[in-house]
Design a protein around this ligand. Structure first.
Ligand code: 13P
Ligand code: SF4
Length: 366
């Protein structure tokens, strides 16, 4: 594939300054931790405003534990990208507040154009989304008109508008299997690792865009082997955005919600987790007697680059959540001309999930 199809997002350590919303900028914008008394007042204030504004909080497992707990406590949801989309589509609230990254807010808006969708920080990006600009992606699709276009949720609205299907990591396998059985050849974007994993599992004919997640890309197979050797009874849980060598060491490969379920259902007592460490809050809450260890992100002697946490997810906090509800700013807008095209691949995925009865956490079983 043309190398122009890959955009590298440089790693930076917290507190360095840059102007665009690079990882350094994201780390620098991470909201400060409120003091204990301030935190109690913020939570009470947010709960009041959610009620007054007929708003629901929808959080991802990677955001700050305070926001995950608040979403659960206020009748919202904390879950993976598929459930977040499904839940926000079904919920009757007039305002949806998305604690996550921008593509999640955009998906909620595309599915609910009549609603107000707010986010604590609109600059919360995703390296997969950034690494797949719509103009280059359109050129890639134009060059392969015989292929069914399947895009991951972690893309812009404009990229979704060009797709036949949108998938999340919870449902990518059955959808690609279904397309393969129909004899379709696939153009896949943007995550090369997830695409490669699906290709390995299904044997489908897939042409892969070469994007990657800056967090999962950092897990190291060699170091993981060493940790496994130190904990021979540990179960290894891996998100499929991780490199193939890491996936090959997994006992369970799955989306965030599938990994949490595996931790709950397994009789193992120790788990090594290769996905953003924001997920550990939920795992430890649901399985207080089990031990969860972070998979290593750096080789021997190297400095930590990602520290197993997404810098853009880290931009969500109680302080900016309260502020956005107070001011009503940070509203997600998606080009009205794009919505009718972008909604089709998303709706197709939701309908498929319903058809195969994929367990989702939606209203009624949240
Ligand atoms: P899930 O849909 O598995 O929660 O993944 C979203 C994501 O961004 C993983 O990095
Ligand atoms: Fe994107 Fe990776 Fe962050 Fe998920 S963890 S939002 S894939 S950069």
């Amino acid at each position: 594939m043309n190398s122009r199809s890959t955009i590298s997002i440089a790693y930076d350590h917290p507190n360095t300054t840059q102007t665009s919303c690079s990882t350094a900028h994201a780390w620098a914008k991470r909201p400060r931790e409120p003091e204990p008394e301030e935190k109690v007042a913020l939570i009470a204030n947010i709960k009041r405003m959610l009620k007054e504004q007929d708003a629901v909080l929808v959080s991802h497992y990677y955001v700050h534990p305070d926001l995950q707990d608040l979403a659960e406590a206020t009748g919202g949801i904390v879950s993976d990208s598929l459930d977040m989309a499904n839940f926000s589509h079904q919920h009757p609230a007039k305002t949806i507040v998305v604690a996550g990254v921008r593509f999640m807010g955009e998906t909620a808006k595309i599915l609910n154009p009549e609603k107000r969708v707010l986010m604590p920080d609109l600059a919360a990006e995703c390296s997969l989304d950034l690494g797949c600009p719509a103009d280059e992606f359109n050129a890639f699709c134009d060059a392969h008109p015989d292929r069914t276009v399947v895009v991951y949720a972690n893309t812009s609205a404009a990229v979704k508008a060009r797709a036949d299907w949108m998938v999340t990591s919870s449902i990518a396998l059955p959808i690609v299997q279904h397309l393969k059985e129909r004899g379709e050849k696939i153009l896949w974007a943007p995550d090369r690792h997830l695409g490669g994993y699906i290709q390995d599992k299904t044997g489908a004919d897939m042409l892969l865009w070469q994007g990657s997640c800056i967090v999962h890309d950092e897990y190291k197979a060699q170091e993981l082997l060493a940790l496994k050797a130190a904990h021979p009874h540990a179960l290894v849980l891996v998100h499929p955005e991780s490199p193939r060598a890491v996936v090959q060491l997994a006992d369970v490969v799955g989306s965030t919600s599938q990994l949490i379920k595996a931790a709950q259902q397994s009789i193992a007592q120790i788990f090594i987790v290769a996905t953003d460490n924001g997920i550990l809050h939920r795992m430890r809450t649901l399985c207080p007697d089990k031990l969860f260890l972070e998979a290593p992100t750096a080789g021997k002697g190297a400095t930590c680059k990602s520290c197993s946490h997404c810098p853009w997810m880290a931009m969500n906090g109680l302080i900016n959540l309260a502020e956005v509800l107070e001011k009503g700013n940070n509203e997600i807008h998606v080009d009205a001309a794009v919505i009718p095209r972008a909604v089709k691949p998303i709706q197709r995925m939701l309908d498929f999930a319903q058809m195969i009865k994929l367990p989702t956490r939606s209203i009624g079983n949240a």
